[in-house]
Every structure is written in C-alpha cells, then in structure tokens.
Design a protein around this ligand. Sequence first.
Ligand SMILES: Cc1ncc(COP(=O)(O)O)c(C=O)c1O
Length: 481
Amino acid sequence: MVFLSNAISNARIEESHSKGELHHDAVETTIYGTRWASEDIPRFDLPEDEMPSNVAYRLIKDDLAFSWDNHIPSSHLFQNRCVNMIARLYHAPMHSAEEEALGCSTVGSSEAIILATLAMKRRWQNARKEKGLPTDKPNLILGANCQVAWHKAIEYLEIEAREVECTEDCLCMDPKKAVDLVDENTIGICAILGSTYTGHYEDVKTLNTLLEEKNQENGWDVGIHVDAASGGFVAPFTVPELEWDFRCSRVVSINVSGHKYGMTYAGVGWCIWRGPEYLPKSLVFNINYLGSDQASFTLNFSKGAAHVIAQYYVLIRLGKSGFKKIMSNLTATADHLADRLKATGRFEIMSEGQGRGLPLVAFRLKDEHHYNEFDISSKLRERGWIVPAYTMAPNVEHIKMLRVVVREDFSRSRCEILVKDIIAALRALDASDREAVAKRREHIEEHSHSSIYSNSVNPKPKTTGTESESTEDSKTAQGIC
Ligand SMILES: Cc1ncc(COP(=O)(O)O)c(C=O)c1O
C-alpha cells in the first residue's frame, strides 16, 4: 500500500507548537534529544502535558535499571510516585510534613475497599477503647446501590451494614437519609463516585456538610470513604470543579481502580488516606528483609510490580491533558449514544450525561412489551455485543436496565454500529411473538453456562434435595460489576 504523506512546513510546525500541539516524529531526533530527557522525571504531580510513548517507555526503563543497581525495589519506587500523583490529583492536604497523605497499590478496588474499611473500623475501635466504651457493634452506612465489594468488606470484617434504600426518584444514596442513620457506632459512610448501576456521582459535598454538622452536635468523628473505583480517573478531568475528594473535610480515604478508567490492564487499584491518623499504625507491618525498610498494608504480600509500572507509564504518558482529552471524548460519545437511543423513541435514559456521571449509558424500555431488557441483551450477543441487562438494587429491583460502558476503544463509528444493532434487535423482537420469546429464554436457560435470565425470569434458585436452603451457605448479595 502506498500512502501519500504531507511534509509539514516549518511555519506550520511552529504554529502548532505555539498552540501546544506535538509533532514528535517530525521534529525530534532521539529520545535523549527531547526536552523530557533534560527534565526531572515526574515524581510528585501528574504532569500537565502528554509525553510521547517512546520517551515515557525509555525514561521508565532507564529508571528501572538504576533502581535495581541501587537495590531499590522498583515496585516501591513507582508506587511512591503513583501515590503522590493520585493524592495530589484528589487534593490531599500536603502543606507540611504532618499533613502528608499516604496510600498503597492493591489488586483492585475490592482490596482497597476492604483495607479502607478495616482502617475505619480499627480507628473507631481505638477511639472507643480509649474512652472505655464498647466496640462490639460497629456499623457502616452506604447506599443499597453499592458494589458487591462492599458486601464482602462488611461480611468479612463483621460490621453491620446500614443501607440507604434507593427509590424510583433517587437511584443512588440520598445524603440526608445516610446521615440520619449515623450513630456513635458508625465507623464511616461510603459514597460512590460512579454508581455501578447508573454511573451517578453521589453527592459527597452535601453529605460532607450534613455529616460535619452531626459530628459537631454530638462530638463524633465519623468520616467518609469515597469509592471512586470508576470515577476517580474521570471526574478530575471532566468536572474538575466537582468537590467530591479531599477538598471535603470529612473525606478520610478514597479508592480507585487502575484497570477501569486508569487505563492499565486488570490487577491494580489504589487506596489513598488523607493523613497518617486515618490509618492506624497497628495495621501496618514494617519489614526490612527485602533489602530496604518497607511498610506493608496489603492483603497479599507478594505481588508483581508490572501493574504498578504500567500505571506509572499511563500517568506520565498521558498527563492531565491526555486524560482530559480521552475522558472528554468518552463523555461526548456516551452523550451521543444516549441521544441516539432517545431518538428511537423506545428507551428511557437512566444515567447522567454531560460529565455529571460516568461515561456510560444506562437505559430501559419505555413501554411494556412481550420482551424485556434481558431479551434485548441476549439478541445483541448474537452480534457480538455484551451489553449487560440487570435489575436495580433492593427496593427498586423491579427496574430492569441495560448498560453500555464507554471505554477508550469505543469510538464514534463503533457507537453507530451498536445503535444499528440495537435497532435491529428491537425489530427482530417486535416481529416475534410472546411464545417465541419464551421459547428462546427456555433454550438459553437450558444451554448457557450462567443464565442471563436468573435475576428476572427465574428469581428463585433451584435447589436439589441434598442442597442446604440456608442463606448462611452462600451469599446472594445483590450487585453487578
Ligand atoms: C463502584 C465500584 N466499587 C468497587 C468495584 C470493584 O472494583 P475492582 O473490580 O477493581 O475490585 C467496582 C467494580 O466494578 C465498582 O464499580
């Protein structure tokens, strides 16, 4: 194949440089001839600008060789830098040595959530013990729309869950209802930045104000943990003015997944604490048998460093401007998809647009039909799309939804193909009758490894005579991922 290329004039290169655009292949010679080689590699703050991929790669490679020469474990080095950058991105107060944030890498948000919950519980216990008060009834407040990781944390750490029910008008946690549930045994409140069901950002600022008041009235010290598994790498770039992070005085810890909008491969997450007082020392293990003094707060000890290095690569490669461009594109694509689905006249959009929620589209059928959202999902699978259908959280589980999560590789042209396939699925289902839809469900139930209808059509799990019917044996926590 022959490509016709433009040779770019000096005038055009200078013009685009003055606009902050980069034409590396046209103007740079070697990596060590670039401006980045003469600057310190970013260590504390997410860089403002993007860096070419080969430069980021080489700077990290050289740093890795250096760290091993000096017996500094590379995971340690790069983790420190990532934690610094993420803490600053979340406006952690860092005015003096006493106010420094701290954090760790985890396998994902689930581990981060368990660690953060453990820290909240231990801190509450320590404070109660000091006052000679009982510590046997800790509770945590969260929306019923929480992800299953929270059910695990609560169950594993033996904490009472106080769930704020969702309603048809509010599919995420109402801050007032949450604060009403706080008492002296509350270890914290979890707010979600990007509800898994609908992508809504919960109102952390209002929650913060109400909680501050209640704490002051009662002399309590209840904090907020923000589960920013998905939103933590979106909101800072699409809605930087939204105050959901350490700008809110009661936010004590935040988790984020690197493998969602942090754009690394599966297996990395982050937990950041506002300051050392929020992570009790008794939970941190200090070791020196890896060649240097290290503090460990993880569930698993040994872990590969590759994910952490990959996260650092993405952070310095993209910088704030790269993240902003990608997240703005994803938001625009999600808005476009929502508009196209609305224009069919068949769907109601359940998610927030224009950057006020995650770049996803949650939608449901407007009217009653002889088929439902699960049938549309299964029809789309025939064309290779996995668009999950699911029921909402307890109390509003009668609401069924479909959800398209717009990720980096979901371009506008793919979006158009999806819209066409959704319309084709609707036409095929419209043309079928009730009996054909029922037969198809039966067939899928019988032949699939895990049924996509188990929530909607056949809510009661089948039990054989030998199986225990006790709910103690297996947890049937609501939740989607
Ligand atoms: C809000 C929320 N919290 C926690 C998790 C769990 O994250 P991870 O898969 O990184 O453990 C998810 C995953 O989808 C999520 O959406």
